[in-house]
Design a protein around this ligand. Sequence first.
Ligand code: GLA
Length: 383
Amino acid sequence: MSLEQRVVQAFERRFAASPDFVVRAPGRVNLIGEHTDYNDGFVLPMAIDRAIWIALRPRDDDEVHVHSLEFSDSISFPLDALENTKSGWSEYLKGVAWSLQEAGYALQGWEGVVAGDVPRGAGLSSSAALELAAARAFACAAPALPWAPKEIARLCQRAENEWVGVQCGIMDQMISAAGQADHALLIDCRSLETEAVPLPPGTVAVVLDTATRRGLVDSLYNERRAQCEAAAAFFGVPALRDVSVEQFRARAQALDEVKRRRARHVVTENARTVRAVEMMRRGDADALGRLMDASHASLRDDFEVSSDELDQMVACARREEGCYGARMTGAGFGGSAVALVDEDAAEAFAEAVAACYRAATGIAPAVTICTATAGAEVVAGKG
Ligand code: GLA
């Protein structure tokens, strides 16, 4: 049974009626452009066919009642007295409600059932998917809330930054809001302009989940952000986005060693991401793969956000026939890698990489051949 069918069926059991709306919002995999979003730079993610689904109907009052199939847990809260308990999946929904209301939108209550298949902690943005699905649900229940993907992405990011307390950039919310089927999305994280680019013909993205999850990711992430901001201040610019590779080379020697390496990653990664789009437009899978390989090295050596398992996974992937390139994806410190692979070789690739990784680490990975999907949408609904 599909997730859509599951949330609809669970809704019908719970409320003895059909839902008025079904919404979905996808997770994502980032092809290249890592740790560049909070430096106002470029990212190139695609929305994947793993998503959060909500079946819902509006309520007459201002209460939200939601049951989660994954957590076998029901929550409820009033929209006019939101309370932050700082734990649990309901804070993502409350945070979105808070942020939308702060922006001046009048919301209405709703009740529904949520389920999803975006693995948590795998670097595939399960939290952004939940936020965008919640925002879509609020927009269905309160038609006065227009669906403007960029604005909603910003408000969901604010929910995560200020309500949930994670200092993420804009990438995950943007791609979950604005993803396009069969395309990756180049996002300029300063202007939020986007450009849809297809993968080179005959290739697919394969997500390689190391099945390792690290603690302290938030504090390590915030430390990287602070180092980048300090490096931008050294160059006298608002963000590292404003430093070209040439400008970096000319002045980097005067930066302290750690900040120099952090900045070198961001500056070169921005250049690689822009270049990656050119290579995709040319359909040059070899060149795109080499840029992904270089991105991994830079994240491992200069930005220091890889892990032994991620390095091992990437090594296993690159050995295989049909692999153009591979790199860690997302914040790092565990989670997933992504490989660009010949479509015809993908099944054999997936099996071989899983076996290689298992033999090297003793850990069973999760390998998924992905298709690029649309961003958050109403898949069924009244009017
Ligand atoms: C996490 C954050 C994003 C981005 C990536 C690293 O996924 O949520 O905003 O910074 O890490 O590229």
